[in-house]
Write a protein that binds this ligand. Sequence first.
Ligand SMILES: Nc1ncnc2c1ncn2[C@@H]1O[C@H](COP(=O)(O)OP(=O)(O)OP(=O)(O)O)[C@@H](O)[C@H]1O
Ligand SMILES: [Mg+2]
Length: 470
Amino acid sequence: MKNTATLRDYQHVRLLAIRSLFEIVEQSSEGTVIVDRDARIVWMNERYARRYGLDEANQAIGQDVEKVIPSSLLRQVVETGEPILLDMLDTPGGPLVVMRLPVHDDDGEVIGAIGFALFDQLKNLAPLVTRFMQIQEELASTRSLLQARQAKYSFAHFIGNSAASLEVKRRARRSAASESPVLLLGETGTGKELLAHAIHSASPRAHRPFVSVNCAAIPESLLEAEFFGTAPGAFTGADRKGRPGKLQIAQGGTLFLDEIGDMPLALQSKLLRVLQEKEFEAVGSNEVRRSDIRLIAATSLDLEQAIQVGTFRADLYYRLNVLPIQLPPLRERLDDLPALCETILDEIPGHHELDAEAVALLASHAWPGNVRELRNVLERTALLSDEPRLGAAALRSAIGRLVPLPQQRPATSTPQVAVGNFHAAREAFERELIRQALAEHSGNVQQAAARLGLGRSTLYKKMVALGLSS
Ligand SMILES: Nc1ncnc2c1ncn2[C@@H]1O[C@H](COP(=O)(O)OP(=O)(O)OP(=O)(O)O)[C@@H](O)[C@H]1O
Ligand SMILES: [Mg+2]
């Protein structure tokens, strides 16, 4: 009864609390130090003095605080008047949790500061420390996740100085600066994935995640969850808590959709919505989330043909086809062979080199597997060879079935071109060949393509590139 009555008097309670607080803090303190307004020590308890190697506390009196406690922040407290309520201080006997308070006079002027070393055994802080450790762990795992989500390649990894490769790199560099979707087209092993990494690395999103999804490698039934994530409770078991999808993981960064030609139609519509409305929902949730990703898509399929047979949505195609980059097959840029071989051999232990016959052999194969195949062949040959010099015979057996380079189909009258730059000559040749085929079929691209043995879209792209499209 008496206590309750006393507790109603706020001023009184306040004084009691101040006194209790001070006593508790002081009693549980491993060390206490008081400084004046010049941060010189005016008092220190014996225990604290001994921790800092003094025989007795008296030796500290009058010294600048940093002389005794090198990493002390009491000067900062005196100067700013701001307390530092919780901090860790490294001391000779191990880390301490410390609290630093300014001391005011009756007029509110800062006349000094007091520092308490609260705990030397962190077990007193168990809940705080547990939480801290948890956060540390989360931070570490997020960091390693992010690390795994960094792009692996830059443009420097894309080897090739042929006109075709330079054009690819030029377009890719330009696309890096843009936010529009990029569509990477090309046969298997031509470097689509490599280029996707490089574009991300050169983009303003380079320090954000790069997340890949291989649409062909994930079963259709799991793809949607993989993509959009699942809401808590959407599934039983391990996924009960909900799981973020690749779209969320890629927030702020780049989402690389590999083999997009293999994406199921239902998911294509949802992807279209992400691109158009920049929003999506997790599986089993009605909550609409905003998406902020840059999309890079790749495929080795002919998407225009996929549209015709109904496995790819035309509207998605147009949305993706803003910045298409066609990666030329290796057989169309054999000029790149020496540089590619040199780079690949440099990466293989053993300082291997190719002899002249080997170089000639490489230039006679059509490389259906493109740079990936070239890499495999060189690796295999180097592995089996005791000599640093790799000869044609060894390469020949590593290649297996040699595919001859396609012969240009002879036109009714072979176009005359002046001897000179190879690419200019080839362009002139192609332009003439296509012009003739178009003329034979009254400008019908479909029929001309069939006549030339090309896909309609391939021919159309060539026409655009050669300035024949009008
Ligand atoms: N221009 C290049 N310079 C150096 N290495 C290259 C180049 N192009 C491709 N490579 C290498 O060839 C291999 C295949 O490349 P990548 O995986 O990017 O091909 P891809 O087009 O994605 O093939 P797929 O369609 O089969 O997935 C990789 O080892 C890559 O590093
Ligand atoms: Mg790939």
